[in-house]
Ligand binder design. Sequence first.
Ligand code: SF4
Ligand code: SF4
Length: 397
Amino acid sequence: MLYNEFQGEKLSALGFGAMRLPLGPDGTIDQAELDRMVDAAIAAGVNYFDTAYAYHGGKSENAIGASLRRYPRESWNLADKFPGHQNIKGVKPMVPEEVFEDQLQKCGVEYFDFYLLHNICENSLTHYYGQKIDECLAYFKEQKAKGRIRHLGFSCHATAPTLEKFLDVYGDQFEFCQIQLNYVDWKLQNAQKKVDLLRAHGIPVWVMEPVRGGKLAKFAPEIEEKMRALRPEESTPAWAFRWLRTVPRPTMILSGMSNLAQMEDNLKTFSEDKPLNEAELAVLDEAAASLARMIPCTACRYCCAGCPMGLDIPGLLSIANDLAVAKSFNVVSRYTIMDEDKKASACIGCGQCETVCPQKIHVPEEMQKLAALMETQKTWEEICAERAAIAEAAKKR
Ligand code: SF4
Ligand code: SF4
């Protein structure tokens, strides 16, 4: 395992993000698979695990806490986050005292090694804690003084100018900052500037979305062929991690792994450094350009809880993205099989999703486009009848 130094501590360069944990057939977290993943991670030297109040509808903390507690407390670091970004107007604000005690209890720990204010951004800053971010911060600093938090940081989906303003006021209050960073967002979200700003303030960089919610795990065959020719032994996601270790070289890279195979692939990648050369970096430029036309949804699901129509927004956006690449029967049927009140056409354009989306996606607009595109598609019944006819014809041949 590769390690980085942080305030005299040795942190594994790879951290396990508990945002997309393995699921069983009933859609709940598969604890046995999670335990196998944690066993593999710890055996390979991973010592950093990251969860949040909202992940998996509030179940991530219990699951990762239970899995980690099978090992001595001092052998792992646990990070959790205060969900101030969920303090939406008209909803009872999250109270730090209540949330923090609940989190310790859910994780089954007496302290958090790392604790973050979750998702500081343009939309969350004003309502972070009933418009009193100072009080929120004071509470967590008090917990730090009591030894219930070892290191205080924040995660951030803000644009570079907002981050700059935030750092000018609060920069000296935090020990680390977690940002979305990968070879697409380096330019697309000006992550390069954010890294420069954080470093100018002496704040170490933590990375989330290194593979952009899986978007950097698969490319068009011609791009993947170039990757394989240059690095036959490495997977496509490994390229995203190699880029991070070659270019910005952050302190921590969090990966939200969902099964043991992904964990094993990442552990292999982080077992040694293999920096990318110029030719390899050029292939990644090409890969990034091929994604430029995609909707940059990372499936974080921040927008889902507040959608009055209960739409699976990332699911719908993923269909739109898949259609942009190729209009296959499978993709079309994923949409047509949906209940009418769950399709893009059910969107009422209220804009709630847009205000909370860290990627600043114009969701109502995308919903309209998808609805218009799908209007001309066949119904599920028509598709079934067509499939049955094809099967029947095949039988007769
Ligand atoms: S704009 Fe549409 S998708 Fe977004 S929250 Fe409102 S109804 Fe849901
Ligand atoms: S639309 Fe935005 S908020 Fe919703 S899942 Fe995608 S990235 Fe997250």
